[in-house]
Design a protein around this ligand. Structure first.
Ligand SMILES: [Zn+2]
Length: 93
């Protein structure tokens, strides 16, 4: 069908009945909407940056575990059961 643009009145041919604006006005409106969005949000606080470091648990080497268990005067089984065979490490992402 043929309609007139709701903004500038330009005739539009072969358009859907629901179409209201000619391509030029559509573009203008899209620009306005994005500008309004920008204006509304430009003072928003930036999102906090995710920490670049992360803690992981790293398993100690077997010989180190054995040595530390010996130093602590406990069995290797006890040592592992208490989670002493792992250490917290900060890794950089
Ligand atoms: Zn128009």
């Amino acid at each position: 069908m043929t309609k007139k643009c709701a903004q500038c009145g330009e005739e539009m041919h072969n358009v859907y009945p629901s179409k209201r604006y000619c391509p030029r006005c559509m573009k203008e409106r899209a620009n306005e909407i994005s500008r309004a969005y920008y204006e509304k949000h430009k003072n928003d606080k930036p999102k906090p940056e995710r920490p670049k470091r992360r803690k992981i648990y790293k398993k100690k080497s077997l010989s180190r575990c054995a040595l530390e268990a010996y130093m602590l005067n406990m069995s290797y089984g006890n040592y592992v059961a208490q989670g002493l065979d792992k250490e917290e490490v900060d890794i950089e992402l």
